[in-house]
Design a protein around this ligand. Structure first.
Ligand SMILES: Cc1cc2nc3c(=O)[nH]c(=O)nc-3n(C[C@H](O)[C@H](O)[C@H](O)COP(=O)(O)OP(=O)(O)OC[C@H]3O[C@@H](n4cnc5c(N)ncnc54)[C@H](O)[C@@H]3O)c2cc1C
Length: 419
């Protein structure tokens, strides 16, 4: 008998059987002629959508078509940070919904995604920034989200190795969200894929959507490299490739694709016990369970569909790191890579119907979509199944740019490369 459910008992049984009884995590599905719903894009959001469609909304004839392999996109490339420390009413309930789903995710999908609520600490360096963080913390608490303002002594007790005294940007304190933290990113893709597969979802890898077939203003299926697949409804969840895929239906999205890099150092003894973000530059860092420092910074700053980054940004990110914690200057960089960011003009995502019948869009995650994965999947599944927005995602409309109802969390204006 093959093992289906992960538990301490199945682990013990397989230990005694020489690990011969495990089932593949998901089937290598062959495309069927048609489905009720086809999701284009097997990243975290696409897989979570398929899972919640089957699990919560009872839609079982679902396929996810992925042009590469599960985990090749941003879901396996991000710096693994989760948090719900948002300011604006359009955002806080959505990201808090996601945080609550993270908190029960591993039991829900029966998969160890290494959810670690180790805390996210945003440092501030001057009075104006302190005021802004107090405001953010208050907004969070008004929405029932945890937030704690730390003075510099409290930060120093927790992170004694930061540059406090000789710094160009002295640290004055920080805003801590204790329930924030990290999750092993590719385990999220594998876990959702496995759980969706168990509910009958077909996960079809190496299957690129090359066109959307339309009839009388409605989409009726997806042309793929493995043939035509008919669909009652089609959901686009293509992250950095969203504009290209939406263009197949004649849609021009308010999205630009940009490159973002991530970095991992050699393994070190544990010394950073939370996620830390620099307030005077773009730099954020945590330490993985293997000991590597996982960090990142700004996007590369030019439009591209290539999943590779440039040298000047490596230097820029490392400079940010050196300003915050000079001790990392002697650490060796082990690897770095890049992903494709679907940047909207206000920095907030889109989960909405499109002007094309039966075609739904999930996009515009900028560099913050990993933390959103569970709520994004749930809300997109809700939208596709019920044809109405989920209450916590009601603000993420495609037409908000035309209506002037932007959700500009950072107050940066219509500049995608600044969000
Ligand atoms: C370096 C980096 C660091 C980041 N750090 C964080 C972080 O710390 N916290 C956070 O919240 N977010 C972070 N993000 C952002 C986050 O990873 C993304 O917003 C999120 O993963 C995007 O959703 P996804 O997982 O569905 O994307 P993806 O995994 O990219 O999924 C999209 C999928 O669509 C597929 N696809 C595209 N075109 C087609 C087609 N024509 N046919 C079929 N399939 C297609 C792609 O192959 C891909 O697998 C980071 C991103 C990067 C790159």
């Amino acid at each position: 008998m093959k093992n289906d459910r992960y538990s301490i008992f199945s682990l013990l049984r397989e230990t005694l059987r020489g690990q011969t009884g495990w089932k593949p995590a998901w089937r290598d599905a062959t495309p069927q002629p048609s489905y009720d719903v086809v999701i284009v894009g097997g990243g975290g959001h696409g897989l979570a959508t398929a899972y919640y469609l089957a699990r919560r909304y009872g839609v079982r004839r679902v396929a996810v078509v992925e042009k590469g392999w599960i985990g090749n996109g941003n879901i396996g490339r991000n710096t693994t940070i989760i948090r719900s420390n948002y300011l604006l009413p359009g955002n806080v309930p959505f990201y808090e919904c996601s945080m609550k789903l993270w908190e029960g995710l591993e039991q829900d999908i029966n998969y160890n995604a290494m959810v670690s609520q180790r805390g996210v600490l945003n440092l501030f360096h001057n009075d104006a920034q302190r005021n802004a963080y107090i405001r953010r913390g208050n907004a969070m608490r008004l929405h029932g989200v945890d937030a704690q303002l730390l003075d510099v002594d409290a930060v120093r007790r927790r992170l004694p190795f930061l540059n406090y005294d000789a710094a160009r940007f002295p640290i004055r304190g920080g805003l801590l969200q204790k329930r924030g933290g990290t999750v092993r990113h590719d385990a999220v893709a594998w876990g959702y894929a496995r759980a969706a597969d168990r509910l009958g979802v077909d996960i079809i890898q190496n299957c690129e959507a090359t066109g959307l077939r339309m009839r009388e203003g409605r989409v009726v299926g997806v042309e793929t490299t493995r043939g035509f697949i008919g669909a009652g409804r089609v959901g686009l969840s293509c992250a950095g490739n969203s504009s290209r895929v939406a263009a197949m239906a004649g849609l021009r999205l308010p999205i630009e694709s940009h490159v973002l890099q991530a970095f991992v150092s050699e393994g070190l003894k544990p010394f950073i016990d939370c996620v830390v973000t620099f307030g005077a530059g773009h730099f954020y860092i945590s330490q993985s369970d293997k000991g590597g420092l996982v960090f990142g910074g700004d996007i590369d700053g030019y439009n591209s569909y290539a999943q590779r980054g440039n040298m000047p940004v490596i230097e820029d990110v490392c400079e940010g790191g050196m300003a915050l914690m000079p001790r990392i200057g002697r650490v060796r960089l082990l690897r770095h890579w890049a992903g494709l960011m679907d940047m909207t003009m206000d920095g907030s995502p889109i989960i909405d119907r499109t002007p094309v019948g039966n075609l739904y869009l999930n996009a515009g995650w900028c560099y913050g979509g990993f933390k959103a994965t569970p709520a994004s999947g749930l809300c997109f599944a809700h939208l596709i199944a019920r044809d109405e927005p989920h209450p916590v995602a009601a603000a993420y409309r495609l037409d908000r740019f035309g209506r002037g109802a932007v959700i500009d969390e950072k107050g940066m204006g219509a500049q995608p490369n600044l969000h």
